[in-house]
Design a protein. Structure first.
Length: 476
């Protein structure tokens, strides 16, 4: 079951859509905890139900033969008890659902502190993080208190329900025994049969708290399944059927026609009427103030973002490699595995150890080997490597995979200007065209065109754009 959910989660970038569009909360918790809880509880309930059915079939006949009205009273009693349980425990289902979510949010907050420990320490954000975590824990505790109260009320009724009717078989069968119509064995048999049938008919009453928790898990997994289904995503974002970016094929690298970029929820227009052609040998630098839509535009070029209108045509034989400020680092992966991550168009590409060591030297990461690391070293690379080293590792991947187009989103923001220039020269000399987002003026030397997103038009969220040629000072 976990494999099926994980396969759907990673198919057609569902994980990206869920995160970027905020479709559901805590998908990781649903995979790790909810699936495990569902399978365990479903197995227990199935076995319990099977035992109850066989037990009921065995003892209901005995009880009916001893005194038929006794069986009828027990049936009515169990139905009434089930109805009262639903009335007393109707809030448990929603409370369990909220508890699952609030606990997952609290746990995610703790994970976030662990992953951003250095930044929090640098900026002295301990009190802010503590306040946020305590607020989340307050929600957990508040909901759990309501859950305990509802569970307590239901438990009181369950105890009352179980003990109230136990005297009934004695009151009914005892007169028959004292009048000599039945022997003592029938009395004992009626008690045992009555208790067994009561337990079997009261399955819902006795297990209502577990059933309410199970119902919350089923709801969360059902919601997750709907989102993972393609039609589930469409139903969640019906607006996406109104306006979306059309993708086609082109003979040139990239051809953009009257492109309009919208926010994922289709509430804001970021860029409007953008058109240009990018051919082999051209390199585009995208710049402008923060929040003007630069990264959103790269997402659209990469095919991750279809919110908007117009057309983006890509060369069908072109492979695209994206790298940003923070790059994909396998937390506990081998160094050569992190280094050899190549674009999806060439997943079987193999590189020798000599190739990997040479590319490390070319991007000035040979010190990794000098620091007692080797290509088969296994470490927490996101902590071992500085952000600048991670960005150089991303350039090493680019040099190994040699894509036709590289999308670089401030990919050298943690690197000094001299090293930045050196890495750009290596990349362009390899024959890769680049489309870069950056703020440094030194980047202009390595690009042929400047796409500038100006400050937003007054009163709107729309950024104006302009495209101009850049003078070439370096030949590659």
């Amino acid at each position: 079951m976990t494999k099926r959910y994980m396969a759907q989660y990673f198919s057609q970038r569902s994980y990206y859509n869920i995160q970027s569009l905020a479709l559901i909360d805590n998908p990781d918790q649903r995979v790790v905890d909810d699936i495990g809880s569902f399978t365990r509880t479903a197995l227990i309930f199935t076995m319990t139900l099977f035992h109850s059915i066989t037990d009921l079939a065995s003892f209901s006949g005995i009880l009916y033969r001893i005194y038929p009205p006794l069986f009828g009273v027990l049936l009515v009693y169990s139905i009434g008890g089930t109805g009262i349980s639903f009335l007393l425990g109707k809030d448990l289902m929603n409370l369990n659902f909220v508890q699952e979510k609030s606990e997952a949010d609290f746990r995610f907050g703790l994970v976030r502190v662990r992953e951003n420990a250095e930044s929090i320490a640098f900026y002295g954000g301990e009190m802010d993080e503590l306040h946020l975590l305590l607020e989340r824990f307050k929600q957990v505790f508040s909901n759990y208190s309501k859950l305990l109260i509802a569970s307590r009320n239901l438990s009181f009724f369950q105890v009352f329900y179980s003990n109230l009717i136990r005297i009934l078989p004695a009151a009914v069968v005892a007169p028959f025994y004292f009048s000599g119509k039945v022997d003592f064995g029938i009395v004992s048999q009626s008690f045992y049969a009555f208790s067994s049938v009561l337990r079997d008919l009261s399955l819902v009453v006795q297990a209502f708290q577990s059933l309410s928790s199970f119902s919350a898990v089923v709801d969360r997994l059902g919601e997750f399944s709907d989102i993972l289904d393609k039609k589930g995503v469409v139903n969640t974002l019906e607006l996406s059927t109104i306006k979306s970016i059309e993708t086609t094929e082109s003979d040139v690298l990239i051809e953009v026609s009257t492109l309009t970029l919208l926010s994922p929820q289709h509430t804001l227009t970021l860029v409007e009427g953008l058109s240009f052609r990018m051919i082999t040998g051209q390199n585009f630098l995208i710049t402008g103030p923060s929040g003007s839509g630069k990264t959103s535009f790269l997402r659209a070029i990469a095919g991750l973002w279809n919110s908007g209108g117009g057309t983006i045509a890509r060369n069908s034989t072109m492979d695209i490699f994206f790298t940003g400020r923070k790059n994909t680092i396998k937390v506990a992966g081998l160094l050569h595995v992190n280094l050899s991550q190549v674009c999806s168009h060439d997943p079987e590409s193999k590189h020798s150890d000599a190739d990997l060591m040479e590319v490390l030297r070319r991007v000035k990461l040979e010190q990794l080997l000098e620091r007692s690391f080797h290509l088969d070293a296994n470490a927490d690379w996101s902590s071992v490597l500085s952000l600048g080293e991670q960005q150089r590792l991303a350039f090493a991947r680019l040099l190994l995979s040699k894509p036709k187009l590289a999308l670089l989103d401030e990919a050298t923001s943690a690197i000094d200007e001299a090293t930045e220039a050196y890495l750009y020269r290596l990349l362009l000399e390899s024959g890769t065209c680049v489309m870069s987002v950056g703020h440094r003026s030194t980047l202009r030397e390595f690009h042929t065109h400047l796409l500038f997103f100006s400050p937003q038009i007054s009163g709107t969220s729309i950024s104006e754009w302009s495209l101009q040629d850049l003078p070439q000072r370096t030949n590659f």
